[in-house]
Ligand binder design. Sequence first.
Ligand SMILES: NC(=O)c1ccc[n+]([C@@H]2O[C@H](COP(=O)([O-])OP(=O)(O)OC[C@H]3O[C@@H](n4cnc5c(N)ncnc54)[C@H](OP(=O)(O)O)[C@@H]3O)[C@@H](O)[C@H]2O)c1
Length: 436
Amino acid sequence: MFPSSTLDAVQATVKIGLLGCGHVGGALVAILQHDADTIAAQTGVRLEVARVAVRSMSKERTVPIPASLLTHDAASVVADPDIDVVVEVIGGIEPARTLILDAVKAGKPVVTANKELIANVGQELFDAAAEAGVDLLFEAAVGGGIPLIRPLRESLAGERIRRVTGIVNGTTNYILTRMAEEGADYAEALAEAQQLGYAERDPTADVEGFDAGAKAAILASIAFGGRVVAGDVYREGISDITAADIAYAGRLGYVVKLVAIAEHVADDDVAVRVHPAMVPSTHPLASVRDSFNAVFIEGESVGELMLYGRGAGGMPSASAVLGDLIDAAHNLRAGSVGRPLHLRPVHLRSIDDLSSAYYLDLEVADRPGVLATVAGVMGAHGVSIKSMEQEGAGSGARIVFVTHEARERDVQACISELRALDVVSRVGTLLRVLGS
Ligand SMILES: NC(=O)c1ccc[n+]([C@@H]2O[C@H](COP(=O)([O-])OP(=O)(O)OC[C@H]3O[C@@H](n4cnc5c(N)ncnc54)[C@H](OP(=O)(O)O)[C@@H]3O)[C@@H](O)[C@H]2O)c1
């Protein structure tokens, strides 16, 4: 479409050192092999993958890569004076951290998709990039192909953001969607997700909320300009959610989703958490099905907005890396740099001090006075009942409560006391209700 010889004459070539050529790196190479001319015509920068570092030199690649570009020595790519921009898509903390620090110290802009790194040692990397006066961009680290970091950092730069609520893990959203729509239990839905390649053989990082927690930390840092790391995030996963919980939620007009919430509570207080929640079926996040992701942002001036799309996958994530790459290459050629990221210390509000409405499921003895005993314990802890439903009779009778808004600390104290009652045989799932 665009004769490359003509374009080469007018467009500066920016040479990329690609660290990692797996799902994301391979997809980036494929896009550039196909679209480099179009990108050059549209943006004025010609991107060329000049070197590619991988772990195994003999592994078959999904894209043809000349053997002369491949190396297993990632540090030599970073140090290569011909390399203008470094793209890190290796993952994990080391050697990614050292490679990125070396690149920025050498004055090279870096693009990374590495959520683990940004959520744990982001501050060190941002400081190093600011000191060196180079870009460090990481759009793909949260929400894969969904533009989130740039909208938050640029379009909403002056916005007083109140809350960011995201469905940021495709694996758990897929599992919960199958449970809701097919009545599958958790183990069945997980097995199906594993079969389809949505879940790893060891699904812990996804189903226990670690992946979403890292993304929540990054979203909180960007939305509020505060230092929040993965370890600061309160976290619960979905592995205890039952098909019955989801069916009850459906009957009450809710869907169950694993949500990541970053909230501005007061002054420099922020609360960041990941847990399953009952989302009203009228809420925009309720319609986010299967492995899709979405982030719902509430701001003082902008009101409510939602960004939706593919939160993972090689191609969607490579699309986000490419956008960063074009930005970094453009700035490099222009001799400029984007606004550095300075994060200030913030105070993290404990979940114990937050309030919500709750869904609580109890198995009780079906005999006179049980309900009054349970309601008495709840009332004593300031947890008032909004609605209640009883199912079954005999020793396995089940009562499901939805409460009015209550403090987490009080609800947890109430649950401890309920557990100790001889008329309560089991305290089941506790779910927070979104939007209460
Ligand atoms: N996959 C997604 O959907 C997705 C979405 C958003 C963000 N991300 C992030 O993107 C990053 C990459 O993910 P991915 O799924 O593309 O991972 P991947 O498929 O496992 O690819 C990792 C690549 O890094 C290479 N590598 C590993 N250690 C290396 C070393 N010491 N030196 C040089 N190369 C090394 C591997 O080489 P070999 O090929 O030789 O093994 C492989 O090519 C991660 O930070 C991930 O969190 C991924």
